[in-house]
Structure formats: C-alpha cells, structure tokens
Design a protein around this ligand. Structure first.
Ligand code: GLU
Length: 510
C-alpha cells in the first residue's frame, strides 16, 4: 500500500437514516484505526442527500456513539476543518457545477420519464424475459431522455420547469477494474452497470455523485466501507474517470459483512430482538413511536470491550493476543489482516471481552462505578472494606453490576440461603463437625487466609471428613450458596466474629 506517499485521509460517511448498527460502528472503527496508525485524519461526513429517509436525532446519535467509543473525528460537522462543510445538505450548491461538467462532456444526460413510464419499461422487459430490468445502455434508447429527444425539446422541458433527473451514461462493454485492498482485483463489465440517477431537479445530488465529489474534494486517500457498497464501486471508479480524476481516485477497501450468530446472512436489527442482544452501540429511542432499542452502553458493557470485540469482527492481529485497548488496536491494525469472508457475531464472546476488560480496571475505578449503581453500601461499609470485596469478587464478574451481586454476601449482614444449595449439600449429620470446625478456626490468632487454610486442612484430615462434604456446608453458612470466591479469602475478609455468627445462625436456622 502506498500509504507512505499519500497523506492518509479517511472518512466515515453515515447517512442519518436511523441509529447506527454495530456494523456501522465497526466501519468507523477501522477507519479510525487506519487513520491513527498512519498519522492521518479521520473525517466524519454526514451523507444526508436523501431527505426522504432523514430521521430526526440520527446524526446526534451517530456523534454520541462515536464519542462513547472514543472514536473522535479530526474533522466533521460541529468540529469543522479545511474541507467543510461536512454535511452534504450544506454542500448542495457545490454539486451543480460537477453535474454540468458531466452533461457537457456527454457522460451524463437528462431523463424525463415518469414513474409510470419507468414501470411500463420494467414490465415489458420482464415480459420479454429480462429478470431484473434496469435503465441502462440498451433500455435508455427507448426512454424519454436527452439522448432520444431533440435538443430543443430537452431545453424547453427544462425551461418550463418539468421535473427531470440526470443519469450517468454508462458505456457499453467496457471493463471497469480496480484493486480492492481486501478483495484484490475486482472487474466488472460496464454493460452490467445501470445508468444510475446522479442528480435531481430539486438540485440535490444522489449518494453516488455526492460521495465521489466529496471524496475527491476532501482529498480522501482510502475509502474503507462495508461490503454492501462493493456493487457501487465500479460506478464510482467510472465517475472518477469521467471527471478525469483517475489518478486521484482513493484506494478502496470493502469490509466483510457481520453475520448472524448462526452464520447465515447479515446480522440485522431483528436478530438482536430475537436472540436477546443489542445491535446498537447505545440506546435508541424512536422519536415517532417511542420504541426503545437497547444499546451495549446501557446494558453495562465497557466501551473498551465493545470496541475490542468489534475490531475482531473481520480482523485479527495474527497473534494469540485478543485483549487490546484502543491504542493497542491502532498499533496492531492493518487492512492486510482484514478477512474477505463474513464474520459471525458472537454474544458470548462479547461478554468474554467485557470480563477481560473489567479485570483490567483498578479496584478504585470499579468502586467509583459500583457506587453509581448502589451508593447505599457506603452507609454500612468503609471504602477500604468495599475495595477488599471488589478485590475478592472481581475475577468472577462480567459487568460492574455483577460485583454487587457476587459481593452481596459480604455487603449485607443477613445471609440468604439458596434453597437448591441447601437441599443438595447441607447434611444435618455433619452439623456437629461444622460446629467443631468453627471452634478450631476461632483459635487462630492471626486470622489470615493462609492460617485459616492450614487449620482447615489439619482439621479435616484429623476428623477424616471429606473436603467435598464439609466445604460446601461452610460455604452455605458463610455465603448462602455453593459457588463464590475462595473460601479462605472470604473468611479473612469477613473476620472471625462474623464467621462465628454466620455458622451459628446457619446451624440454628437450617
Ligand atoms: N452514506 C453511505 C452509508 O450510509 C456511505 C457509503 C460509503 O462509505 O461510501 O453507509
């Protein structure tokens, strides 16, 4: 890749047509990583030329999602930059001259066909055996456009205010070729590309024209975007040729799809509802019907984990390392290691990433976050004690809230006995042994885990009682459950008095 010669300028160019799907965030992430890796610029461009699909709040949502993920653009709406404005609707006046250029060079033409006429053309083509008819180098000769109408008539129609569109005139039987960074050489015969509308009489360009003109005008070096745009790439390449910009065309990289967990087809909004995981980075509330779609942020995921997981959906570092922070990803990232085939989304793996990143948090950071969830604990326990509880249960947690759940036996006086655990492992015959164990443990001077552990083992050996019998009883007495952090660490944490109280309480109440 000639990234050394080219100043890297990449853009994330979402259309504000709704909330950003995780696939969109991944596109933004790869652009961001690539820009940072090569000391380039990461640009946010809002592609809002299709006013019919505009959704209120979508742009704000996109910006907030990027902010949460730490993907701060260098240029963009409300940030500014040398190549603004960065919202296409605000660039409207710029596109007109480019359309004129294409009309004059005969690379584009006016078309006046009504929706009914277009429908009629499609129907008659279908009837003659063409499965998916388009407006193209063949059909255009029988339609109502400036190629078939006399020049005067075209002029009069435009002057009288008749609605028109401008279409690109695709050549026949010409090879359009480009080298995609991920897919290698892509070659398409121009006869298979239709005469797309590039401009409308309301003065608005369509996506294709605006996208190419802006990538050129904003000096974009690499276009890194989703695979769904691959079919549009030949048209874009052709537009660069029409404008005579072929030497300035960006390098293209089309990212693989994010697939459903089962692997069949693209991950959709509905898969999230069906399988119980979010497909949006942050919560989205539909302003019209107030429907709420949950986000990773609101479900308690750490942004570091979310970003780490997204990076691995289609890319790998070529080593065994899986846990990365954003800077680590910047250093490790390369387009060369982005795969061609779709990446299956895996919610369990996403949780695993969260667990790994939670483990990297300091106890102080975890403390600051859990008291946001429940500050009541501060009225009963000291900060130092809470920090010790965090240290004890941290490894077992996936989310911040799990620290409170796992830490519950240590953050409230009363023990709640899990019925299943009791019926499975509480053995009344062993109650005297448990009482004796308690007595023995109380004789320890320095009530530290090593001491407790030693005494415990000496006791069970002397008594000839199985570890698998007495340990669960001790655990039930102390925490109410069968699973939890190390028993000896737990005992050191709660101390001898609480241990005695809890064992007695369990013996008397079971
Ligand atoms: N506006 C397009 C989108 O919504 C951008 C495609 C591209 O990056 O060229 O995804």
């Amino acid at each position: 890749m000639d990234t050394k010669e080219k100043l890297v300028r990449v853009r994330f160019a979402p259309s504000p047509t709704g909330p950003l799907h995780i696939g969109g965030v991944r596109t933004a992430l790869y652009n961001f990583l690539f820009a940072r890796k090569f000391n380039g610029k990461f640009i946010l461009r809002i592609e809002d030329t299709d006013q019919k699909r505009f959704v209120l709040g979508a742009e704000k949502y996109i910006i907030e999602s990027l902010r949460w993920c730490g993907l701060t653009p260098d240029e963009g709406p409300s940030i500014g930059g040398e190549y603004g404005p960065y919202r296409q609707s605000e660039r409207k006046s710029m596109y007109e001259s480019f359309v004129q250029q294409l009309l004059e060079s005969k690379h584009a033409y006016y078309a006046f066909d009504t929706p009914e006429e277009l429908e009629q053309m499609r129907n008659s083509m279908k009837a003659s055996g063409v499965p998916s008819p388009t407006y193209n180098s063949i059909t255009r000769s029988s339609m109502k456009n400036s190629l078939t109408l006399p020049a005067d008539e075209t002029k009069t129609r435009i002057a009288s205010g008749e609605k028109y569109v401008v279409r690109i005139k695709m050549p026949r039987n010409q090879e359009i070729k480009f080298e995609d960074e991920i897919r290698g050489w892509v070659s398409v015969n121009s006869s298979n590309v239709d005469d797309k509308v590039i401009f409308k009489s309301d003065g608005m360009p369509t996506y294709h024209l605006a996208n190419v003109v802006d990538d050129y005008s904003m000096k974009i070096s690499h276009v890194i975007r989703g695979e769904e745009w691959l079919p549009s790439a030949p048209l874009h390449i052709y537009l660069y040729e029409c404008f005579g910009w072929q030497d300035k065309a960006p390098i293209f990289a089309h990212l693989p799809l994010i697939l459903k967990p089962e692997g069949n087809g693209k991950l959709s909004k509905r898969d999230g509802d069906r399988l119980g995981f979010p497909v949006f980075p942050i919560e989205w509330i539909n302003s019209e019907n107030k429907d709420i779609f949950s986000g990773y942020r609101e479900q308690g995921f750490l942004k570091e984990a979310f970003v780490n997981m997204l990076a691995f959906l289609g890319w790998n570092p070529g080593t065994d390392q899986e846990v990365f922070d954003l800077l680590g990803l910047v250093n490790a990232f390369s387009l060369g290691r982005v795969g061609k085939s779709g990446a299956k989304y895996d919610f369990l793996k996403t949780k695993w990433f969260n667990q790994q990143h939670l483990r990297l948090k300091t106890n102080q950071e975890i403390f600051d976050n859990i008291i946001k969830i429940d500050d009541q604990i501060l009225s009963s326990y000291t900060k130092d004690y809470i920090l010790s509880v965090i240290d004890l249960v941290k490894e077992r947690a996936i989310f911040y809230k799990d620290i409170l759940i796992e830490g519950r036996p240590f953050l409230q006086d009363e023990v709640f006995f899990n019925e299943k655990a009791v019926s499975k492992k509480w053995d009344v015959e062993l109650v005297p042994v448990l009482a004796e164990l308690c007595k023995q443990l109380l004789t320890i001077d320095n009530f530290k885990k090593d001491q407790v552990e030693k005494k415990f083992h000496a006791f069970i050996t002397a008594q000839g009682v199985g570890l698998g019998k007495i340990m669960p009883m001790l655990r039930i007495a102390i925490t109410g459950n069968l699973s939890g952090p190390s028993m000896f660490d737990s005992l050191e944490l709660i101390g001898r008095e609480k241990m005695e109280q809890r064992i007695n309480y369990a013996i008397n109440n079971m």
